[in-house]
Write a new protein. Sequence first.
Length: 272
Amino acid sequence: MLTQEEKWYLDLNGFLVVRNAVPAEDIEQMKGQMLEWYQWDATQFKPPMRIACQPNKPWWVYNMHYGHEAFQRLMLNSEILRVVTALTWNHPRVFDVVANICYSSADGLELHGGHKGWFRSPHHQYQVANGEIFASFFNLSVSLIDVPAGNGFACIPGSHKSNFECPDHVNMDDDPPTVRNVPVKAGDLIIFLPNTRHAGRRWKHDAYPRMTVFLRWVYAKQFHHSNSANWFPFEEHKDRVPLALHQLEGRDNGQRHALDEMIDPFKIDLPE
C-alpha cells in the first residue's frame, strides 16, 4: 500500500525514495560480508553465487542471498514487500539480485534507459488507473552506506513518460532541473522505473567504497522468454533460502502460500 504522496511522487518523477527501511544491524552485517567476499576469488563462490569484475568497473556479486541470511531478510523486508506488492498489484516476483562495491577508481555509469517513442514494451509497462500504479518491471536499490550529494544515483525526472529521445549533450553530471542527483543514507531505498533515464555518478571518496544492493522486479503472472540458467528460481538450491523467498523468485501459479502470508498485510484492493 503506497501512500498518496508516494504515488504522486513516483508518477511525477519516475523514482521514489523510501527512507530508513532496513535495520542498522542488517546493514552492518551485509557490509561486513560484502567486504569479506571482495577478497575472495571466483572459485570460492558456491553456485548460484557468482561474481563479475573488470578493470575500472564496479565489483559485482550475484545471488548473494544464497550466501548470507542478512540478504535473505533484506528481500523479505516489510518496507520492500509493501512497495513491490503495491506496484505489481499483489503479484511481486524478484528476478535479478546483485550487489556491488564501487571504489573511486571505477567509472561512473552514464545515462541510460528512457522511452524514445514508438510502442512501449508490455514487459516494461507502466500504467495508472483508479488511484493505483501498476508496473510490470522496475528496479529497487538499497544503499548500504551514506551517499552524499554529487555521488551515486542520478536521473532525468519524468523521463519515464517521455516520447522523445534524450539529446546527446545531456549527461549524468548536468545540474537540475534536467538531471537530479539523489543523496541517500544507509538503509534507504530508491525505487525507479526502467523507462526513467538514469545513471550512477562516479564515486568520489577514497576512504570507503559505495556499496549497493540491486533488486529487479516483475509482475509474477507474466510470461518471460528467457531460458537462461541464471533465471530464478533455482530449484536445486531452494533449501538454502526461506520458502517464502523461494516462492518470491518464481512465477505466481497460485501456490505461493508462504509468500502470500507475508504479503497479505500489504495487498491492495483491486476492482473486480
